[in-house]
Write a protein that binds this ligand. Structure first.
Ligand code: OSB
Ligand code: MG
Length: 373
């Protein structure tokens, strides 16, 4: 395969329900969509699902645009490759910038899968026909509002709910949700907002009585030692998200016993090739994994569904239906869920979803073209 041209779109979609985490609140998302064209005219699409500001990780929409346009696409354009697994080697000199890499990696997988007539799930080594979806709920004004949000999602059929927590918004809202739904598969995600200060540790210990499936990323991304220490005092399994940006991080976390469960995000790990490798390594170590989300539009969402069909993804993934986030998505059909189950497209080549190009152009504030040579 050879990519001869690429186009970037900064596309914006309003969120159906605003979302607040320990760091900030958002009402819309702007993701960079990557369209690549092969020498034979085939087209592949990827999505750079970076948040706008540098709160989840160091990347931003602006930094991703710069890195994709100036470094990643020029490294790929005009160079021959036979399988998308080879593509990451072309930009091996570029440090970090995993979200930007993930969008280009995804476009290459999509191009290859489409051109070879391979369903993306099969190309990745998937085995499941359907994947179980969970929902992630942001911080709400009051515990009562949160309970109402949880009730809506349970009514829609989702079997697992994750709640965002932050110091000051932890034990009380979780107690309220647990009291209302005693048997719900429930977990919490702190996005690194806690430290080992005594009052923070007391709050984390306070969460230990609610039968949570996991506590996700309580401490700062690079503080693997704190996560390892917490595992020794909590019954609740500790899940890592932000701490694992590549396989080296995962190996270190495993060696330190800092990880009981791994959230694998395609974006955070620099693409599908790395995500599959993380899945394989976690599986060798009997660490259960699930696929985390970044409020992806349909392109990234479809890739998450395909990835979640791999055998090690034994916990529900953040792959809820497009309609939970967006009134209209950039793909047709949108990703749908039926009682919390999402079908994996096994019949069509590629992701199984068509990009609505006209709509993408309509919602894009900025575009760029990069060509070989
Ligand atoms: O930590 O998993 C996270 C969204 C934005 C940034 C970080 C995270 C999230 C989510 C949403 O939890 C998951 C989703 O539904 O896509
Ligand atoms: Mg998380």
């Amino acid at each position: 395969m050879q990519i001869t041209a690429a186009e970037l779109f900064a596309a914006r979609l309003p969120l159906v329900h605003e979302f607040e985490t320990s760091s900030h609140r958002k009402t819309y998302l702007e993701h960079i969509l990557v369209r690549v064209t092969g020498a034979d005219g085939a087209v592949g699409w990827g999505e750079i699902a970076s948040p706008s500001g540098p709160y989840y990780c160091a990347e931003t929409v602006q930094s991703c645009w710069h890195v994709a346009e100036q470094y990643l696409l020029p490294a790929v354009l005009g160079t021959g490759w036979s399988h998308p697994r080879e593509v990451a080697a072309l930009w091996s000199k570029v440090r970090g910038n995993e979200f930007a890499k993930a969008g280009v990696d995804l476009a290459c997988w999509d191009l290859w899968a489409t051109a070879t007539g391979t369903p993306l799930a099969r190309a990745l080594g998937g085995t499941r026909d359907r994947v179980v979806a969970g929902v992630s709920l942001g911080i709400e004004p009051t515990p009562e509002d949160l309970v109402a949000q949880v009730a809506r999602q349970i009514e829609a059929g989702y079997p697992r709910v994750k709640l965002k927590i932050a110091p000051g918004w932890d034990v009380e809202p979780v107690r309220a949700v647990r009291a209302a739904f005693p048997d719900l598969d429930l977990h919490v995600d702190a996005n690194g907002a806690y430290t080992e200060d005594p009052d923070h540790l007391a709050a984390l210990r306070g969460l230990d009585d609610f039968g949570l499936t996991m506590v996700e990323q309580p401490f700062a991304p690079r503080d693997l030692l704190a996560h390892a220490r917490l595992r020794r005092v909590l019954r609740t399994p500790v899940c890592l998200d932000e701490s694992v940006a590549d396989l080296h991080d995962l190996r270190t976390a495993l060696a330190l016993d800092a990880v009981a469960i791994l959230n694998i995000k395609v974006s955070r790990m620099g693409g599908l090739t790395a995500a599959v490798a993380a899945h394989d390594l976690a599986r060798e170590h009997d660490v259960p994994v699930w696929c985390g989300g970044m409020h992806e539009f349909g392109i990234g969402r479809a890739a998450n569904v395909a990835l979640s069909s791999l055998p090690g993804f034994t916990l529900p993934s953040d792959v809820s239906a497009s309609e939970k986030y967006y009134a209209r998505d950039v793909v047709r059909p949108p990703v749908t869920a039926d009682r919390g189950l999402v079908d994996v497209p096994w019949k069509q080549a590629g992701s199984g979803h068509q990009v609505d190009e006209e709509f993408v152009r309509e919602i894009s504030s900025r575009t760029a073209r990069v060509s070989a040579g």
